[in-house]
Design a protein around this ligand. Sequence first.
Ligand code: ZN
Length: 563
Amino acid sequence: MKKSIRKWVLDNARKYDGKASMGAVVGKLLAENAEIKAKLKELTPDIKKIIDEVNNLTVEQQIKELEKLAPELLVEKKIVEEKKLKPLPGAEKGKVVMRLAPSPSGVQHIGHAIVFSLSHLYCKEYDGKLILRFEDTKAEDIYAPAYKMTEDVLNWLCENRIHQIAIQSDRLETYYDYGEQLISKGKAYVCTCSADLFRDFMMKKKACPCRDLPVKENLLRWDKMFVEYEPGAAVVRIKTDINDPNPAMRDWPALRINHSVHPRTGEKYKVWPLMNLAVAVDDHEMGVTHTIRGKDHVDNAKRQQHIYDFFGWKAPIHSYIGKIKFEGIEVSKRKLKAAIERGHYDDWDDIRLPTVAALRRRGFQPGAFHKFAQDMGIGLNDKLVPAVDFFKSLEAHNRDIIDPIANRYFFVWDPVKAAVKNAPEQEVHVPLHPDDANRGHRVFKTNSNFYISKEELALLKAKKLYRLKDCLNFRKEGKELVFESAEYDKFHKEGEATFTWLPADAKLCDVEVLMPDKKFVKGLGESVLADLPVSTIVQFERFGFCRLDKKDGKKVTFWFAHK
Ligand SMILES: [Zn+2]
């Protein structure tokens, strides 16, 4: 009985953000076995206990346990996951405005790709407008090349549907204007207390001496922030409720003095808004109706609400996603930046990095990220995603997208010459795509001399029947490979394995494939590979999907995507 209860609790929990409810579980139990109705009262404590236990697990743990206990219930999960996006609260078609708000402190990694994909998907779904806004008011954190790289990657990720680009460091005068208005209305003040002193006041829920100074005096101090005060000597604070249960909410700072040289504006500006003021002003001015951000922004949204209330503005509707922890993948921008600077990686798109730029260069498509983001969805619960699962899922989504579009080619890695005794001279036609004859085919003139991969050759067993794909059948007799026939039917009946090959006497090109561990696999490919445009995605038969990255004379370099 307990097993049955646990099964339904797990099932209910994983469907509703990790939290099962008594009513739903009882409903399922009764539907399964009506006779337990009589025993329900005595079962209730057990059910309650199990609900408590299960609700304390992460959704991943719940699903894992359910997989063991009742895998049949998860069959339907796939359908649920593949369903459309959850509706965006309060959204109307044609009236949604959302923003992507990256900080140009590094480049976008898989975690950002999830949040940004969701915003993009909702904008697309509701015919909305998508704004890319660089939040760059903290000069010391900025990595100058990140503006260009981020714009490029996000345009790609959002299928060129970004309607407007804004940069906060272009908007300083606007923030000053609102800052001054807040001071003039008595909603903000210039605090010259030291950080420690101010904290003491707030912990005691007492106003600091600056809070109640006349507006005139505060405006004077405001002017001094631009010309006289040193960094740290004064800060504009928003008047909130100093009895707020959360001390971090009490009179939070909105503008500060910062003399750091900004990569875009140099030394022109000395006073900078902090994130919450800049975000509230921008969201209002840009008409943002909905936001999706990590749940670490829940408190920030409360702070921004103060500004909305002071000005009588309507706040956007905020949705959050829980923290996604990629187990076994380092995604901290700061750590990645340090590792690149130390020379551990070539650049932000080093093939070993979990950045969108690197995965894009390997041949991953925006749609694969979108599908993954859709599976994650909006919702507050945290998710632990092991690296293996993440890549398995991203690769499966990507395969669905590129398998129908990628043409097939022969690449023989680590090639060795192999003669197939008695092989006739043939003209062999190999289709570019097995499911689409209209795309045409490649033509090879063959004789008895081939290139085969050393690795594949080593697999051959004596007397067994093998096939060179679309070309001929052969057996290994002693040390020789001997032609048997060219018909596929014979191979189909008793064949062991099919190999890729290249005619040894034809014009070929040198191919190297950069693998995710940054090692090259080298070999030979069909000469037509050298004619493909850079960025073409191909499937090398028996090897995997790859993206053409570079052409250099006779040599063609690919990046490996996945099997
Ligand atoms: Zn003060």
